[in-house]
Ligand binder design. Structure first.
Ligand SMILES: *[C@@H]1O[C@H](CO)[C@@H](O)[C@H](O)[C@H]1NC(C)=O
Ligand SMILES: *[C@@H]1O[C@H](CO)[C@@H](O)[C@H](O)[C@H]1NC(C)=O
Length: 227
């Protein structure tokens, strides 16, 4: 379903400052990993399990998942009113547990790269994730023993990165940029305005404003492949 969100104002440099302040509060030898949580590129035994995060068993996306992936046996969990993957009669995993394992594995990759232990993470989530889905990601991170410094909407992270690297092009004239992101599992389009604005504290500052977000939760490479 396509939906629109109200425009949100966001001082991008302020968000960067918050993240930096969080990082500086840590010891300077501590590495923080960032995880860009897509549906497809981090593959586990179980495909596209993120589509089931934070969903009750009667959610229409659960039925769609069953139809798309009949090879994965989903079992109803009457206690939580959710579903879990049945690997064998003895072995079952909730979608949150699977994500916890994926995050833990990502951590081991990041640790190998940074050559030091990692406990903190910044995780991007799809802009359309609701509170239950966000809680599911936080729960998974907890299971992996990770402290989440920030969950960032992935479209905001992209817009922030675009603004940070094009600071010189941002002036008092409002400039609208459209970001179009078709992934394997979903499609999101975001319209962002960049402009410098006068602030009391620091004079002229660059600012980004998310004007609108349109999305389709199920349109992506996977759907094309299936059709
Ligand atoms: C995370 O992965 C490491 C191996 O990199 C393993 O030793 C540890 O038990 C795992 N932790 C969890 C909570 O799964
Ligand atoms: C602001 O920047 C844009 C693109 O970089 C440029 O086209 C425009 O003329 C600039 N406006 C002002 C007021 O400097």
């Amino acid at each position: 379903a396509n939906r629109r969100q109200r425009p949100r104002r966001l001082a991008c440099w302020a968000l960067v400052a918050v993240v930096l302040a969080d990082l500086l509060a840590l010891s300077d030898t501590v590495a923080v990993m960032s995880v860009d949580l897509g549906s497809e590129s981090m593959k586990a035994t179980l495909r596209y399990f993120q589509h089931l995060l934070g969903k009750q068993a009667d959610n229409p996306h659960v039925a769609l998942y069953r139809a798309r992936f009949p090879e994965h046996e989903l079992q109803f969990d009457p206690q939580r009113q959710t579903v879990h993957f049945r690997i064998s009669p003895q072995l079952q995993f909730s979608p949150e547990e699977v994500l916890g394992m994926v995050l833990n594995y990502s951590r081991s990759l990041a640790e190998d790269f940074a050559e030091q232990p990692i406990k903190d993470a910044v995780i991007t989530v799809p802009a359309f994730f609701n509170q239950a889905e966000r809680r599911a990601v936080l729960q998974a991170a907890r299971m992996a023993g990770l402290k989440v410094l920030q969950l960032i909407n992935d479209n905001t992270a992209t817009a922030l990165s675009y603004g940070v690297f094009r600071r010189k092009d941002i002036n008092t004239t409002a400039q609208n940029i459209m970001f179009y992101d078709m992934g394997s599992g979903s499609t999101v389009c975001t319209i962002v305005t960049y402009q410098t604005v006068k602030t009391k504290e620091a004079g002229m500052q660059p600012q980004l404003q998310i004007r609108g977000v349109g999305f389709d939760r199920t349109l992506g490479g996977l759907e094309m492949e299936l059709r």
